[in-house]
Design a protein around this ligand. Structure first.
Ligand SMILES: *[C@@H]1O[C@H](CO)[C@@H](O)[C@H](O)[C@H]1NC(C)=O
Ligand SMILES: *[C@@H]1O[C@H](CO)[C@@H](O)[C@H](O)[C@H]1NC(C)=O
Ligand SMILES: *[C@@H]1O[C@H](CO)[C@@H](O)[C@H](O)[C@H]1NC(C)=O
Length: 493
């Protein structure tokens, strides 16, 4: 159902259209607004029209047509003036009003920076967290254009909150600095803890032209990066450092525009998203080319609904790299790791669940000091190519393993590894050995064993003889025909 507000607006358009048609047909060009000179101008137009008909002749007729056009144009200009005048209180800053070239042919850096500077004049004395000026919802509007920029769009160091940049494309020029980003939320000279708050970058296409990166968010609070497409970055698509609560959502990042099976995939470099801060979230994002999809170097970030096919693990790429040894505090859910792996260095508090790993993609626990504590890799599905790749693999030796649960994952074409397993041995004898070498994740580590011996009519004495090398040996005091069922857990508790 159409909302009433919308219908109302369309209704208001009709008289406007009618007036315009009337102006065209009659040559009457007076715009019905008392405050503008267009009324006088229109009257002159009418007089001229009378003269033209009186005299006849093709040339005069053309003059008349030209005059009509001119008057219509001036009435539009009048309207535009009115619009601009009435919008002096509006907080939408159109970059084309500042002379930015929306065709991308000429440099627009200064013009857009001027629009940003105006947007950063606070309309009131209201402030946000820590005294950040409240910009009242100011919007820098890119008017659906493509703009060439030769230097980063930098936000004023005075800081600001409650603003957005939206609706257009930015393209780095061939001489754009390679160590910068197209949009930088960064105020290096500031003494505040946070310089920007509730800043939204929305509906933007950022083409870095293989120079520098897309967006850099420094010491900012509650930044939203929403429906943004970042391409051709040389460094990072989006980088976040310091600050809190940057939400990167519904976005697409790729160094090269490709939909997979790219012949240049081995050569992809750069990082889709770099999180060098806490408390950020990445949701519903695709990283379709880059050496590393998401690089995380600080704790307390969440990643969900991300599809990484940035560069296959077989070509040396990584989907999500958690480089936060000893204090990981990262939760990953509902992701699609498409030939790309999750690498976690000394994971301490890591959760990976509900995700799909395709093409031998897996989870790699990488030892730095050899600590894995509070890790859950549970309820994921894996699809491999029968090459014997483990769904969870270790890179290095772990001396400390506590509360590590790799369980209830399912796989085809890969080797399921787990921190808990069950098995059985049957036969006629006095020693029963169950080898968990294939099933368990950590070598030579069984923290807990439970077994039961089923010996039919027999009633042998029996004991757990040996637990080492991930093998469990049960012995009876005499040869019997029996089955021994064993449950093991790599956690001791
Ligand atoms: C804003 O603050 C300035 C300086 O303290 C003051 O002069 C001005 O009246 C204030 N404006 C409003 C709208 O409160
Ligand atoms: C098990 O082996 C013992 C000797 O090793 C033999 O005496 C016994 O009959 C066997 N039991 C069965 C059920 O085969
Ligand atoms: C358990 O088995 C291992 C490997 O065979 C062996 O080295 C170890 O001595 C055994 N331990 C006991 C208590 O029998």
């Amino acid at each position: 159902m159409e909302p009433a507000g919308r219908r109302g607006r369309r209704g208001a358009m009709l008289p406007l259209l009618g007036a315009l048609l009337l102006a065209l047909v009659a040559g009457a060009t007076a715009w019905p607004h008392p405050h503008h000179g267009a009324v006088g101008h229109g009257a002159a137009g009418l007089a001229a029209a009378g003269a033209a008909f009186g005299g006849g002749g093709e040339r005069r007729y053309r003059d008349l047509a030209l005059q009509r056009m001119e008057s219509v144009r001036s009435s539009f200009a009048a309207r535009r003036d009115l619009a601009t005048a009435s919008s002096s209180t509006s907080r939408v800053f159109h970059v084309t009003d500042y002379g930015a070239d929306p065709t991308g042919a000429t440099d627009a850096t200064d013009a857009i920076n001027k629009a940003i500077a105006d947007a950063f004049r606070p309309p009131t004395n209201a402030t946000m967290t820590g005294g950040i000026p409240d910009l009242g919802g100011a919007e820098v509007h890119l008017d659906g254009g493509t703009y060439l920029i030769k230097a980063p769009l930098t936000l004023p160091a005075s800081g600001g909150g409650n603003f957005r940049i939206t609706s257009g494309s930015l393209r780095a020029s061939a001489d754009f600095p390679t160590d910068r980003y197209l949009i930088e939320l960064s105020a290096s000279s500031s003494s505040r803890s946070y310089d920007y708050e509730y800043a939204t970058l929305r509906d933007l296409m950022l083409d870095c032209s293989y120079r520098g990166g897309g967006v850099n968010v420094v010491n900012s609070l509650r930044v939203g990066i929403d429906n943004v497409y970042v391409a051709h970055f040389a460094t990072d698509g989006v980088a976040v450092s310091g600050g809190h609560e940057t939400a990167i959502r519904n976005s697409f990042l790729g160094q090269h525009m490709t939909a997979g099976s790219d012949p240049g995939e081995r050569g992809f470099t750069g990082t889709g998203i770099r999180l060098d801060g806490n408390d950020n979230s990445v949701t519903d994002v695709v990283v379709f080319s880059a050496d590393t999809g998401i690089m995380v170097t600080r704790p307390a970030n969440s990643i969900s609904g991300v599809h990484c096919y940035n560069k296959a693990a077989g070509f040396g790429g990584t989907g999500i790299h958690l480089k936060v040894p000893g204090l990981t505090q990262t939760w990953i859910s509902k992701c699609y790791m498409d030939y790309t792996s999750i690498v976690a260095e000394d994971p301490v508090l890591l959760h990976v669940s509900g995700s799909f790993f395709l093409g031998d993609a897996n989870v790699v626990l990488k030892a730095v000091n050899g600590v894995a504590r509070g890790v859950q890799v549970v309820g994921n599905i894996f699809s491999g190519r029968d090459k014997g790749v483990d769904i969870v693999a270790l890179d290095g030796k772990f001396g400390t393993v506590e509360q590590v649960y790799v369980q209830q994952n399912s796989a085809t074409g890969m080797t399921v590894k787990s921190t808990a397993a069950r098995g059985a041995a049957e036969g006629n004898g006095s020693l029963w050995t169950v080898d968990f070498g294939e099933a368990l994740l950590f070598p030579d580590r069984i923290g807990h064993v439970q077994y039961s011996l089923v010996a039919g009519d027999g009633f042998p004495g029996h004991t757990l003889r040996n637990v080492s090398g991930n093998k469990v040996v049960v012995a009876t005091d005499k040869a019997v025909s029996a089955t021994v069922h064993v449950l093991v857990d790599q956690n001791a508790n």
